[in-house]
Design a binder for this molecule. Sequence first.
Ligand SMILES: NC(=O)c1ccc[n+]([C@@H]2O[C@H](COP(=O)([O-])OP(=O)(O)OC[C@H]3O[C@@H](n4cnc5c(N)ncnc54)[C@H](O)[C@@H]3O)[C@@H](O)[C@H]2O)c1
Ligand SMILES: O=C(O)[C@H](O)COP(=O)(O)O
Length: 524
Amino acid sequence: MPKVLIADKMSSAATQVFKNRGVDVDVITGLSKEELIDIIGEYDGLAVRSTTRPDAEIIKAAKNLKVIGRAGIGVDNVDIKAATDQGVVVMNTPFGNAVTTAEHAIAMLFSAARQIPSASTRTQNGEWPKSDFKGVELFNKTLGIIGCGNIGALVAERALGLKMKVIAFDPYLTAERAVKLGAEKVELDALFQRADAITLHTPLVDSTKGIVSRERLGMTKKGIIIVNCARGGLVDEEALKDALDAGHVRAAALDVFAVEPAKEHPLFGTPNFIATPHLGASTLEAQENVAVQVAEQMADYLLTGAVSNALNTPSITAEEAPRLKPFVNLADNLGAMTGQLLHAPIKSVEFTYKGAVTQLNTNPVTAAALAGLLKAAMPDVNMVSAPVLAKERGIEVKESYVDEAERAESLIRLTVTTTERKYVVVGTIYRGEPRIVRLFGVPMDAAFSPNMVYVRNEDKPGFIGRLGAVLGDNKVNIATFSLGRMKKGDEAVCLVSVDEPISESVAQQIKSLDAVKIVDVVSL
Ligand SMILES: NC(=O)c1ccc[n+]([C@@H]2O[C@H](COP(=O)([O-])OP(=O)(O)OC[C@H]3O[C@@H](n4cnc5c(N)ncnc54)[C@H](O)[C@@H]3O)[C@@H](O)[C@H]2O)c1
Ligand SMILES: O=C(O)[C@H](O)COP(=O)(O)O
């Protein structure tokens, strides 16, 4: 039974889903990094929000970890590269709290425009400070949205409902979508120059870090309102403080801070500044949504192999997962065997799929074969990291499909081009088991096994006997012996499955046999 640790406070609905799905679950929040490192090795899954920060050290300690589930959207608290390198799937719940956060941004906008928190505090202090609060209308004002994805679009919709004008900067926002949203697509500087209020809805990435800079604040109109319900780190908080103190920025409302939790901050106590403690997603509805979604997604992956909303590996539906499993196994074996027989850097790999397998999502199959191929050189590679590593190493990966509907069986062909030559291997599934049917151009029919000896030799009488004698003399028990040859008297291939790995000495004895051209040991 897989076991999951819920390490951040989240709706008990998550625990209920795990239990209903037959996943063992512990809820232990408030752990220090050291305490988490001590126990994480027991778990197959880790469910977090934004407080727990699974970094490389924690992930390395998580020897059994298969999935990190983020009950929310932003995953900047997770070291995705470290997770990928270790084959840990990272998934989030991209829609569960979008409406809630958009509403919080609008609430912060109104709070800033009318200084509601301060007015409330002072009124309740008995001051009746009526003359101290003269706000501004949002009606007919221009709202600049930086980041017009899920949440930005929802904010745009609500701002338009308030009869605001909406301008948006987002490098991936198409003109068509902007029109559909009722927003005007503008460049970043233009947004800062034209907006009466700016709201941020981007992830914290290199291109967005400090996007509200001192320089850009200087471009804004006097009286600008700044709202940030995305991520701390997007705003130069020192520059914002100076602009508030100077009366240039009318008001600012931050839900997120560069360093969280923000227990003290230069902005705290600044007039016309509003702060909330990362509450953007904190509604009953949102927390129920993200808790249920992350638990279902994690349980799906751990129990069936289905992947959804993953940040570092292709999606696999629950329906596909069982159908893909035998092909993933075949691809892993084909890749692993081939990778151990190449002895030269890989330049390109072409995957050709034939028959029924072409009707499936072959992304995971390709990823498994790539992992197998690369494993000889990079033992820690896995299905999650293999496509990334192949790309980083400049290995061209191509997929092609031959949909021969009449073909009963499926075939997977790997054409691997190294710096030295081209290799072709072909495999299939027979009675649910993976088999190799062509090895480097030589037709054969062999099962895969943990210990194999690959021998390429001149096709001569007596060779099989001599090879068998070497193995027998060295007490190596043969499990299966598969043969193939290009044509009579040409090159032949033996693929011998043995009960135990052969020693280097036995390999050398085989190499010394007459007619032998290549001997390789394959371990799967
Ligand atoms: N305060 C909270 O509690 C809370 C709640 C939910 C989400 N968030 C944050 O809000 C962010 C956005 O959430 P979302 O669901 O809208 O994500 P999303 O991926 O749907 O939208 C993000 C948008 O930002 C755009 N973008 C990326 N780089 C950009 C750049 N350099 N300049 C301008 N735009 C850029 C993307 O193209 C995308 O359209 C999340 O990454 C998360 O960090 C905060
Ligand atoms: O990215 C998100 O989903 C929000 O920042 C929510 O964070 P939280 O789950 O820690 O409230």
